[in-house]
Design a protein around this ligand. Sequence first.
Ligand SMILES: Nc1ncnc2c1ncn2[C@@H]1O[C@H](COP(=O)(O)OP(=O)(O)O)[C@@H](O)[C@H]1O
Ligand SMILES: [Mg+2]
Length: 261
Amino acid sequence: MTGARNPGLEIADDRADHYLGLPGAHIVATDSLLMVRDNLADVLAAKAMMCVHGDAGLGKTLSVNASLRELAANTVCRVQFRARPTPRDIRHELFRALGIGGEPPTKPIEFDAVLKDVLGQRFRVLVCDEAQWLSRECFEYWRHLWDDRATDIAIVFVGGGDCYQVLRREPMLSSRVYVWQEFQRMPREQVLRVIPAYHPVWENTDAEVIGFADAHAGHGNFRAWAKITAHAARALSRLDQSGVDREVLGWVFSKLSGRAG
Ligand SMILES: Nc1ncnc2c1ncn2[C@@H]1O[C@H](COP(=O)(O)OP(=O)(O)O)[C@@H](O)[C@H]1O
Ligand SMILES: [Mg+2]
């Protein structure tokens, strides 16, 4: 984050937040990120549940991570699944993420007792990313942990497009969700505001060129912009140019489309 441009929002960067660990990239204050930060503050205060959903690449994971680093760094426990998990997978993943150590219990009842004991020792925020993979049974398991009076937790579900529908289908859980937040594409005027602060290659670039890049490749999607930026930085050094213009963009687009012309 460039403090000078947005003095109200100092968010520490962590290279791992950025696509390809892009050198020179800063976390910027998108409207969605600011809203996530406010919502998370409420959710933590209420020890409640939240659902952050929206299409891939819109900045959900980064916004939640950066905000929690600032709001509650030492209480965060992240779990993430890549394929359809079962409640058993969730138990094991929590066991690992909580750093419990030793052999995981074999019987579910014992396992739950261990987890609940640890989750009751001090307040924690459990972040379940890629929540669109969760089945009804899995959501039921999270609810079970959250409802238990012994546990002291807030839960943040972060997921792709389907996450919202899947969760909404589970009234037992969805009725308990305190805040819902949908991520959307950045509108053009927001792109023009945040992209120059995002990376030095855009700092002195004409708004017209940034608008053109957004119309043709960025589409208000931050991961797409991260990719464009990585290629643009490379192009500048190859073409020995100091600023991005339409010629540089042409080079970038050729990499992105995989097609000549
Ligand atoms: N607010 C932001 N500031 C800077 N870069 C961002 C921001 N939001 C997203 N990005 C970039 O876009 C990429 C994709 O964001 P991510 O949070 O992983 O999207 P999602 O979880 O919605 O699929 C990140 O790796 C990062 O490079
Ligand atoms: Mg993500």
